[in-house]
Design a protein around this ligand. Structure first.
Ligand SMILES: [Zn+2]
Length: 328
């Protein structure tokens, strides 16, 4: 058996005729489906959605990033009970793309070049989904942290979505552009970290110039997105209700960063929240609304592709991940 025959036998191709081989090869270059290509596609009403992965961030150590001040054994028992790593919490970075007849809307822009090679995959994966950067008409920013606004520009400050208008809450804009953003209610005290997040927010806001549009709490923008203030993670942090033909989906941005730790124990909290206690209050209030309404929820940081439901569980909540929805 020569080398070529051995290879064909190995791949199983020698067992079928030449025509079938050609068909098989043709199948392998057919338009990509939405599984295992860095994006996930589904529909709701007149809208088509893609969830596109920007990569992931590993938060390590778990405490005090999560559950600061909570007994270590209690936290480890909860991680163990849920088969979760005791070493780190993996945050997915799920970017939602909303396509209507007229628009291609991104909700947040990923990390860009701010967090190294484990993230910043958005533009490559948008292309996998057949979406080019110059086709994006609008980007809605839920809040101006670097993993949400950082993908708007490259290292040199050049806009990466050149034809896009960008929408940000007025409160969020004013916070980051103020002379000294107030971190007094945050557990983050490291000046270099505060400088980093502030610099990235300002750099991107300034680069937008007249492409930036500011919205207020409760505003509906782009005909299908209503912005709702859920403050605490940042002062202007918003969730987004996306709606079409009587159906709706809630993008909850950074309301939660771990199903095991802060959906099931919202009061344990997240160190990265600008106002720790206000974030706990907003988290409980919004999760309660979502659970009562049985709403479809999209999460930026819960496991890929971030679609599911919040359900009441004793005095708190649990995250029920939705099976993948594959359209025709
Ligand atoms: Zn985030």
């Amino acid at each position: 058996m020569n080398r070529r025959t051995a290879l064909l036998n190995l791949t199983g191709l020698a067992l079928i005729g030449l025509t079938e081989t050609k068909n098989l090869l043709a199948m392998s270059v057919a338009p990509k489906r939405n599984l295992a290509n860095g994006f996930h596609r589904f529909k709701m009403g007149d809208l088509e959605f893609h969830v596109v992965t920007d990569g992931h961030i590993f938060m390590k150590p778990i405490q005090p990033n999560f559950a600061p001040g909570i007994n270590k054994n209690t936290v480890e028992q909860e991680l163990n009970r849920n088969f979760a790593s005791k070493d780190n919490v993996e945050l997915s970075i799920n970017v939602l793309v909303v396509k209507s007849e007229e628009r291609v809307i991104l909700i947040d822009s990923g990390c860009g070049a701010n967090f190294g090679k484990d993230s910043g995959w958005l533009i490559k994966n948008l292309a996998e989904a057949g979406i080019q950067v110059n086709q994006v008409t609008d980007v809605v920013i839920t809040h101006a942290h670097p993993d949400h606004i950082g993908g708007l520009t490259n290292e040199n400050g050049k806009l990466l979505f050149p034809n896009s208008q960008v929408y940000l809450s007025r409160i969020e804009h004013d916070f980051w552009m103020s002379k000294a953003p107030d971190f007094s209610k945050s557990k983050i005290k490291d000046p270099s970290l505060i400088k980093f997040v502030t610099d990235v927010a300002r750099k991107n806001i300034i680069a937008l110039a007249d492409k930036l549009h500011l919205f207020e709490d409760g505003d509906t923008i782009l005909d299908c997105v209503t912005m709702q203030l859920a403050p605490g993670h940042t002062p202007g942090h918003c969730i987004a209700k996306i709606f079409s033909k009587g159906e709706e989906l809630y993008h909850i941005a950074d309301l939660v960063h771990s199903a095991v730790l802060v959906v099931e124990h919202p009061e344990w909290g997240f160190d990265g929240d600008n106002d720790f206690n206000l974030a706990v209050a907003s988290r409980i209030k919004v999760m309660d609304q979502l659970a009562k309404k049985r709403s479809l929820v999209f999460s930026y940081h819960l496991p890929w592709p971030g679609l599911g439901h919040m359900r009441n569980k004793e005095k708190a909540f649990e995250w029920i991940q939705q099976p993948m929805m594959i359209p025709d």
